[in-house]
Design a protein around this ligand. Structure first.
Ligand code: ATP
Length: 245
């Protein structure tokens, strides 16, 4: 049989007091795969990631089962999920604006340092190799970076923790098409490292180009799923998410 999935989600639901934001979501993600969740504004994409991470706001409720490498993690804190290797890069790309790029990256290894890992900075060279721009500017304050560079730094910082599950919330948000392409090219290179990537995107065209498998989320429901190359040819996906041409 196949290796145990890095992420296995069954019947995931989430509600914010009166709003039911997510219903019965089933999803699988294996090592070295990129799975994308596409869908319009308000479909529940951020809610999905926050529910997977145990990071829903107070008052919100989740249902269903989330398994990471075979273990149910639904009762674990955010910190415990991060310690297992689950990592979420939020839409906000929160960075320490007055700290240098290099120091922001080093902070990404803080948990590994605290856990007593001797070589906790050992991902730094790999991050700089993936994002040469960050190496060129490593002493520059994070607050002076462009939107694309901030996104690179946010992803790089996540990788410093050596996650096996990387969740990206709209990495293309606010970025020019060429910058988006650069960043998603790096995301697709991560497959070789074996990391499993869950890519949440409004930019369906870009996401379907690099993903292995895709889910379409609309008002809290998965309405379509399949290999990304197949969904990119699906008339309904083309009409709703890819436009003409
Ligand atoms: P976006 O691309 O705008 O982030 P999304 O697909 O990520 O959209 P969510 O942000 O997950 O969608 O929102 C899903 C639904 O849940 C929406 O109806 C939204 O208004 C609602 N919602 C999200 N966060 C909260 C909250 N903290 N309290 C109440 N309702 C919320």
């Amino acid at each position: 049989g196949r290796a145990v999935p890095v992420l296995e989600v069954r019947g995931l639901g989430a509600r914010y007091r009166k709003v039911e934001a997510l219903r019965g979501v089933d999803l699988n993600l294996h090592a070295g795969q990129i799975v994308t969740v596409i869908g319009p504004n308000g479909a529940g994409k951020s809610t999905l990631l926050n529910a997977l991470m145990g990071a829903l706001p107070a008052g919100a409720q989740a249902q269903g089962t989330v398994r990471h490498l075979g273990d149910a993690v639904g009762d674990l804190s955010i910190e415990a999920r991060v310690a297992r290797g689950m990592c979420l890069v939020p839409e906000s790309r929160a960075l320490f604006a007055t700290m240098s790029i290099e120091d922001n990256l080093k902070l990404g290894a803080w948990r590994r340092k605290k856990a007593g890992e001797r070589h906790y900075l050992d991902a730094l060279d790999a991050v700089f190799a993936l994002f040469p721009r960050l190496l060129e500017r490593r002493t520059q304050q994070a607050g002076t970076l462009s939107g694309g560079e901030r996104q690179m730094l946010a992803i790089g910082r996540a990788l410093m923790g050596k996650p096996d599950l990387l969740m990206l919330d709209e990495p293309s948000l606010g970025l020019a098409p060429l910058v988006t392409r650069d960043i998603l090219r790096v995301v697709s290179q991560l497959k070789e490292t074996g990391v499993a990537t869950l890519l949440v995107e409004q930019n369906a065209r870009a996401a379907l180009q690099i993903a292995d498998y895709a889910y379409v989320l609309e008002t809290g429901d998965v309405v379509l799923e399949g290999p990304a190359a197949e969904l990119a040819e699906n008339p309904r996906v083309i009409e709703t998410y890819l436009g003409l041409g």
